[in-house]
Write a protein that binds this ligand. Structure first.
Ligand code: ADP
Ligand code: MG
Length: 620
């Protein structure tokens, strides 16, 4: 048996370094946390060669007295944690007293630090964790740490490093994260002599988000909600600005960046039925809750959290985001000119972040929209009796879909019949009604005029959303029709099996499927609102949904299927619809604030003001 020996401090530090110091970005993270803990209001990070050869962090925080500066590099040296009890209430970010020791053990370090009011500061040089030079130094208040030649004495670790570009990119992300975590601190980041990021440190999250995300952030919705001693603040993207991945989701719990499935799903639940499959919202969200309601894993490299009450956290985030999205009663803007590229110009707090762009379509203010939709709700029904009946039918949520007015006329773009009198495109309305349906463009977009505003409604998107809401409101099984000739649907073997494994769910959705062999299924019954071809397509989509693993949540699958049914049953762009049908649709869209996006996240209605139009014609 080999003899048991105690590891030397240096070896112990190297082991700790393996945990804490993975790459330049993790060094920067630790140094930034220390600077924030030291109360700095201004922090500058500079790196060269991805941070491998040179990495400097300068802060204007409290600094260290000469003796403390030397102690700081010893393992388990911390000023933030004295007793076991401190662990429970600790609110600072790094507190294992290991970071400096670990970083020092795998690099060459220069430290300059001075406390407030001291006559002079101290300068230290360390090689592989050992102090080799020490001198009095005249330096500004605060601390500067330079880390050179990272992993020079651990070639094995060095091998794991990626290119300077990749490592530098990770450092950049680490600085951005801290900038978003601490809008009260002015961060500057310089990479190979070029300034990459500079936040104003005004304390407004909006400013920090703008500097990190660029001009795009001006379109985000502001979240600001509070329940008891839980609060959620920050910014979330609108459904139309969804991203192809979750990369742009940033969560902080009590100012600490975390990764959490719970927070992610609470966020995404707020977007349910508003996003296309494979699209994700972007966010910067700060959750604040009492320290004893959260357990942030003390492992320095991990960013996981545990919550005392998952439900309280979920609700806080979910309803906070939902409130922010619903407050956005504005219609999406259609831009007349393409927006300028979102480079990241300096943030100017005085001027509003979004420079006034030449937008053709204008967003209604919440106030305008409220007045507008209230007026619409009170408006008398259109005079022609047929139109009134149509409207009533659409409004009656309980009517089976089949009986609602929209019987699609799948006549693809044919010229309108000559005998149509102009009266059918221009719907006369009684005086008191605040809006007027003007007509339709390209058999796709309905034009509505109201006072000084005009609206364009995408008829397919609007109808799809209305049908979807109706299907969803109806908790019972979907009415189906029995087919005289069953429809065979050829699928991949696994897809066919998936459908046959879910016959009960499918029955609730109005489908009866039967095995037909050769990975083909037979549709014997299909939802009332689908044509046989539509049903076959829907069955394929449903099989794909089921296969993609979203089967755990029955609600989600049901919603997905309802999307499909609604989409297939809705009138299509290019179809001819008579003005009564269109009018019924307009009435729904104009009176319901919740109808903003189709179930796939496309806008239903955009607005255009008279002023904007006059500007385009140079009348003003
Ligand atoms: P921890 O942050 O867990 O306490 P570190 O090894 O990161 O451990 O830092 C050790 C100690 O050094 C800190 O507790 C703090 O007292 C001091 N320190 C480190 N960086 C700074 C800084 N930038 N300004 C002032 N003090 C610092
Ligand atoms: Mg630390």
């Amino acid at each position: 048996m080999p003899k048991i020996i105690q590891l030397s401090t240096h070896v112990a530090n190297l082991i700790a370094a393996g945990e804490v110091v993975e790459r330049p970005a993790s060094v920067v993270k630790e140094l930034l946390e220390n600077a924030v803990d030291a109360g700095a209001s201004k922090i500058t990070v500079e790196i060269r060669d991805g941070g491998m050869t040179f990495l400097r962090v300068t802060d204007n925080g409290c600094g260290m007295a000469p003796e403390d500066a030397k102690t700081a590099f010893l393992r388990h040296a911390t000023s933030k944690l004295r007793t076991a009890e401190d662990l429970a209430a600790i609110s600072t970010m790094g507190f294992r007293g290991e970071a400096l020791a670990a970083i020092a053990s795998v690099s060459r370090i220069d430290l300059m630090t001075k406390t407030a009011g001291a006559v002079s500061g101290v300068s230290l040089h360390l090689e592989a964790g050992v102090i080799t030079e020490e001198s009095e130094a005249g330096c500004p208040e605060g601390t500067t740490i330079i880390v050179r030649d990272l992993f020079y004495n651990t070639p094995a670790r060095m091998k794991f490093m990626k290119s300077d570009t990749v490592e530098g990119g990770r450092v950049s992300a680490a600085v951005q994260l801290q900038a978003l975590a601490h809008p009260e601190v002015a961060f500057t980041f310089i990479r190979d002599g070029k300034q990459i990021l500079s936040t104003p440190g005004t304390g407004e999250l909006e400013a920090a988000v703008y500097c990190v995300y660029g001009r795009d952030s001006a379109r985000m919705a502001k979240v600001d909600s509070r329940w008891d001693n839980y609060s959620i603040t920050g910014y979330v993207s609108k459904p139309t600005d969804a991203r192809p991945s979750r990369n742009m989701q940033t969560f902080f719990v009590n100012d600490r960046p975390v990764r959490s499935k719970l927070l992610m799903s609470a966020l995404e639940e707020a977007y349910r039925n508003q996003l296309m499959v494979g699209k994700f919202p972007a966010c910067v969200l700060h959750l604040r809750l009492p320290a004893n309601a959260v357990d942030v894993n003390v492992h320095p490299a991990k960013t996981e959290v545990k919550f005392l009450s998952e439900k309280a956290v979920f609700d806080c985030v979910h309803y906070g985001v939902l409130a922010a999205l619903n407050k956005q009663s504005d219609r999406p803007q259609v831009q007349f000119k393409p927006a300028p590229q979102p480079t990241v110009p300096a943030y100017k707090p005085a001027a509003k972040p979004a420079p006034k762009q030449e937008t053709f379509f204008r967003t209604m203010t919440a106030e305008e929209y409220k007045n507008f939709s209230a007026a619409v709700k009170e408006a008398p029904k259109p005079t022609p009796a047929a139109a009134a009946a149509t409207v009533a039918a659409v409004e009656q949520q309980s009517v089976p879909l089949r009986e609602s007015v929209f019987i699609p006329k799948p006549t693809p773009v044919a010229p309108p019949p000559a005998e149509k009198e102009p009266e059918q495109t221009v719907m006369p309305m009684p005086e008191e009604i605040p809006w007027r349906m003007v007509g339709e463009l390209y058999n796709s977009y309905i034009i509505v005029e109201q006072g000084e505003d005009a609206f364009l409604i995408d008829k397919h998107a609007a109808h799809e959303r209305i049908l979807f809401e109706k299907l969803k409101a109806n908790q019972e099984a979907i009415t189906s029709q029995i087919l005289l000739t069953p429809v065979p649907v050829q699928l991949r073997a696994d897809a066919a099996a998936e459908l046959l494994n879910n016959t009960a769910l499918l029955a609730e959705l109005g489908f009866e499927v039967e095995e037909f062999g050769d990975s083909t299924v037979l549709l014997r019954q299909i939802p009332m609102d689908l044509s046989p071809e539509g049903a076959a397509e829907a069955a394929e989509t449903i099989a794909a949904d089921l296969l993609s693993g979203r089967r755990e949540k029955k609600d989600t699958v049901r919603d997905e299927i309802l999307h499909t049914v609604a989409c297939k049953a809705a009138i299509k762009a290019g179809w001819l619809n008579d003005s009564k049908e269109l009018l019924a649709l307009v009435k729904q869209v104009m009176s319901r604030e919740d109808l903003k996006y189709c179930p796939h996240g496309r806008p239903i209605c955009v607005s255009l003001s008279k002023k904007q139009l006059e500007k385009q014609f140079k009348r003003t």
